[in-house]
Design a protein around this ligand. Structure first.
Ligand code: HEC
Length: 208
């Protein structure tokens, strides 16, 4: 990975990048693809416990979180305050995400066959992430409005669905819910279809 910028004098600083098959999202105030909708307390909670109402760590962030949780609280709070000082870029980020009801008919039995991914979503994903895509924060992250579903880079959506995610251990206790690896249960076609469904439902705009 090339550093795009070395400090906050550039709007590209911490604005997200591909790294080892994962897309590290923006840590700036981008409302859709960054931390714009997160409060300072949300950022602190994420670094401390690996989860909050917006997201749960996955991919390369999992190992990293197993160390940020041991930082002293003042440092974690200082990081949160600093990140909230970095403005987003509406040109890059687009119009603010708003939850939209996926057309009711899509998830009704008769209509599902027109959206191949909807069928797989209902069978394989909705028990955890919810039919409404809102998840069950802070245990299971929402897919509606998540940075991975709003970013045009699809690497994280694909990688986490293929590979699942490692256990998050907080205060020595492993968590109960894991994103399962789907590479042996679903074909590449099914994974592409379900992620197209996820990335275009509930107001998500990851496919554009
Ligand atoms: C057993 C519950 C469970 C099921 C079933 C499940 N997931 Fe997940 N998923 C999780 C959890 C928990 C996470 C957060 C990472 C972690 O802690 O493992 C997650 C994370 C994700 C993420 C990353 C979200 C973000 O914050 O950006 C995506 C995308 C995702 N899941 C898609 C899917 C898809 C697509 C399916 C169905 C094929 C699915 N999940 C099925 C539990 C589940």
């Amino acid at each position: 990975m090339n550093e795009k910028a070395l400090d906050e004098t550039s709007p590209l600083y911490l604005s997200g990048a591909l790294l080892d098959g994962w897309y590290a999202p923006s840590l700036r105030g981008d409302g859709n693809t960054g931390l714009g909708r997160w409060s300072e307390a949300d950022i602190y909670q994420f670094l401390k416990s690996g989860r909050n109402r917006h997201a749960v760590v996955f991919g390369s962030m999992t190992a990293y979180n197993n160390s940020t949780q041991f930082m002293v609280d003042d440092d974690l709070k200082a990081i949160a305050r600093y990140l909230k000082s970095l403005p987003g870029d509406p040109d890059r980020d687009g119009a603010p995400w708003k939850y939209e009801q996926t057309p009711g008919g899509v998830l009704a039995m008769g209509e599902r066959s027109k959206f191949p991914g909807a069928q797989t979503f209902m069978a394989r994903c909705s028990a955890c992430h919810g039919q409404d895509g809102r998840g069950q924060g802070p245990w299971i992250p929402p897919l509606a409005g998540s940075a991975s579903s709003m970013a045009k880079e699809n690497a994280s959506s694909i990688n986490v669905t293929l590979s699942g995610s490692g256990r998050v251990v907080a205060s020595g206790v492993p968590d109960a819910y894991r994103m399962p690896s789907c590479r042996n249960q679903l074909s590449d076609r099914e994974i592409a279809d379900v992620l197209t469904f996820v990335r275009t439902s509930w107001g998500n705009r990851g496919v554009r």
